[in-house]
Design a protein around this ligand. Structure first.
Ligand code: CP3
Length: 351
C-alpha cells in the first residue's frame, strides 16, 4: 500500500517554524526570540547610533539590516520585522515618540470622545515603508520565514489612554468601566487600524503574524472577555482566511490563555509563569510558543540548558511548539548565550 506523505512546500511555508505553528511534524523544534533584534546586539547599537527609534522604523534599508542581524548571528528559525506596536498609531495621526529606556509616549492622551477623531483609518500609503521593508526582507530571507506583528487593541489603548507606560492602568480601566461605549468605540477603531496594518504585511509577504497583547494580564478573565476579546477577535478573525498562522501573546496571562486562543489564534504565546504542558491542556489543540524566563539567560550555562530542556519536554504536550522566551530578550543579555541556546534547541529536539 502506498504511504501517504504530507508534501513539504519549498520556501518559508515548508519551514519548521510554519509547520510547528500548524501542528505538523518538524525535523526540529523551531526557535526565535521576541526582541531578538535590539539592544542585546552590538551591531544593532552601532547602526542605531544617532537615529531615533521611530525614524529607524521608517527607513526600509535600515529595517532590513536590523531584522537580518539576529538571523545571521544566531541562526534562528524565523525573523521578526523590526518595527514597533505604536508605528501604525503614528501613521493614523497620533503625535507620539518612543523614548529610550521608557517606551512609547503620547503627546495628547486619548481621554474623550472627540479624541477618537485623531485616529484615522490607515491604508498602505500611510505605511508604505513597512510594505517596502517586508518586500526587501522576503527577498533577502529566502526560505527563512518573516513574522509580521501588531499590538492588540487593549495594549494599544493602554498607551493611548495613559499617555505612556503604566503599572496600574488606572485611566485605562476608568474608561473601560466608566465610559464603556467610548472604550468599545476606541477599541473598534484600533482593531480596524491593526487589521489594516497586518494585511499590509501579509500582502507584502510575511509568513506569520503575531498579535502582541502584552499587558492583557492586567485584567481578570471576566473583564478580558467582556472588554477586550471581541476586539482582538475582530483582528484575528479578519485574518482567518489570510493563509498565515496567527500567534497571540501576552504577559501574566495564565488564566486568560483559553480566551486568548478563542479570540482566533493558531498559536498561543505563553510567558514563563505557566508550564507549556499546563497551557496546552487548556488550549483545545492549539500550538504553543514560549517560554523560557528571559532572566534565566543570566544564570550559569548548565542552568540555562536544564531549563531549556524542561521547556522542550513540556512543549511536547502541545500539537506544535515554537521555542521562544516567555517575554522579550533583556537588553543586557549576552548574545553568545542566545546563539548557544539556538544550537541546543536544535540538537536536543532533532527528530
Ligand atoms: O525583535 C523584535 O522583537 C522586533 C522588534 C519589536 C520592537 N518593539 C522594537 C523595539 C517588537 C516586536 C516590538 C513590540 C512592542 N513594542 C511591544 C510588544 C512586545 C513586548 O515587549 O511585549 C510593546 C509593549 C512595545 C512598546 C515599547 N516600545 C516598549 C515597551 C519599548 C521599550 C522601551 C525601552 O527602551 O526599554 C519600546 C521601544 C523599542 N521597541 C525598542 C526596540 C528595539 C527599544 C528602543 C531602542 O532600541 O532604542
Amino acid at each position: 500500500m502506498a504511504r501517504v506523505t504530507t508534501t513539504t512546500p519549498a520556501g518559508p511555508a515548508g519551514s519548521a517554524f510554519v509547520r510547528a505553528c500548524r501542528g505538523q511534524d518538524v525535523p526540529h523544534t523551531p526557535v526565535w526570540f521576541m526582541r531578538q533584534a535590539g539592544r542585546s546586539l552590538p551591531e544593532y547599537r552601532k547602526i542605531r547610533e544617532g537615529v531615533g527609534m521611530l525614524e529607524s522604523c521608517r527607513r526600509p534599508e535600515l529595517v532590513t539590516e536590523i531584522t537580518l542581524q539576529p538571523v545571521r548571528r544566531h541562526g534562528v528559525d524565523a525573523a521578526i520585522l523590526f518595527s514597533d506596536i505604536v508605528v501604525p498609531l503614528a501613521a493614523a495621526g497620533i503625535d507620539l515618540d518612543i523614548v529610550a529606556g521608557t517606551g512609547p509616549v503620547i503627546a495628547d492622551p486619548v481621554r474623550a470622545r472627540e479624541d477618537l477623531d485623531r485616529l484615522r483609518p490607515i491604508t498602505v500609503a500611510d505605511v508604505s515603508f513597512v510594505d517596502e521593508a517586508v518586500r526587501l526582507l522576503v527577498k533577502e530571507l529566502g526560505a527563512t520565514p518573516l513574522i509580521g506583528f501588531a499590538g492588540a487593541p487593549f495594549t494599544l489603548a493602554s498607551y493611548l489612554v495613559e499617555g505612556g507606560p503604566s503599572r496600574t492602568y488606572t485611566r485605562t480601566k476608568a474608561m473601560m468601566y466608566g465610559a464603556p461605549q467610548l472604550w468599545h468605540d476606541l477599541c473598534a477603531r484600533l482593531a480596524e487600524i491593526t487589521l489594516a496594518f497586518l494585511r499590509v504585511q501579509i500582502d507584502a509577504g510575511v509568513s506569520a503574524v503575531q498579535l502582541f497583547d502584552s499587558w492583557a494580564g492586567a485584567l481578570s478573565e471576566a473583564d478580558y472577555r467582556r472588554y477586550v476579546l471581541p476586539h482582538s477577535a475582530s483582528v484575528l478573525g479578519g485574518l482567518a482566511t489570510a493563509g498565515v498562522p496567527r500567534i497571540h501573546f501576552g504577559v501574566g496571562t495564565a488564566l486568560l490563555l483559553p480566551a486568548m486562543g478563542e479570540a482566533g489564534a493558531d498559536v498561543v504565546g505563553v510567558d514563563w509563569r505557566t508550564p507549556l504542558d499546563r497551557a496546552a491542556a487548556t488550549l483545545g489543540g492549539r500550538a504553543v510558543q514560549g517560554n523560557l524566563d528571559p532572566a534565566t539567560l543570566f544564570a550559569p550555562w548548565p542552568v540555562v540548558e536544564e531549563q531549556a530542556r524542561r521547556v522542550l519536554a513540556e512543549g511536547r504536550a502541545a500539537p506544535g511548539h515554537v521555542f521562544n522566551l516567555g517575554h522579550g530578550v533583556l537588553p543586557e543579555t549576552d548574545p553568545d548565550v542566545l546563539t548557544r541556546l539556538v544550537d541546543l534547541v536544535h540538537t536536543a529536539s532533532a527528530r
